[in-house]
Design a protein. Sequence first.
Length: 143
Amino acid sequence: MNVSAILRQKGRAVTTAHPDTPLVEIANKLAAKRIGAIVIVGAGGEICGIVSERDVIRALATSGASSLKEPVAQTMTRQVVTCLETDTLDELMAMMTARRFRHLPVVTDGALVGIVSIGDVVKHHVAEVEMEATAMRDYITHS
Ligand code: AMP
């Protein structure tokens, strides 16, 4: 299973925002869409950051409620790690575990084409394990 197969099932929509968006609007969008992260893009659609619910909490804890009025550019992570449609489920799990984050924007030919969360990874991993178990049971009972 690779990223392309995951996107075929979940779709390619990505919630994005501009770097000058106030953090309060980011928090509202995260809550309304029930998602954990938003990709921050520049005027030309290029990825310039990522902000997750953890960043919002951290900004509130360190700077207080006034941080909600500040542009998300002050809070987002600027060095965004992305993945390719050809990356495998195992590679995504390794990346997320090693770097301790739960979201990976997908890039094809320099363009943002999707996002994979740890929830997507776990869901497809469980499905793969179940398929393997079923195949093993069939093999044992029919041999
Ligand atoms: P998360 O686990 O996705 O809520 O994110 C935890 C931290 O990692 C936050 O500071 C995010 O801004 C950051 N982060 C999340 N995804 C990525 C990514 N793909 N590349 C770089 N940083 C990320």
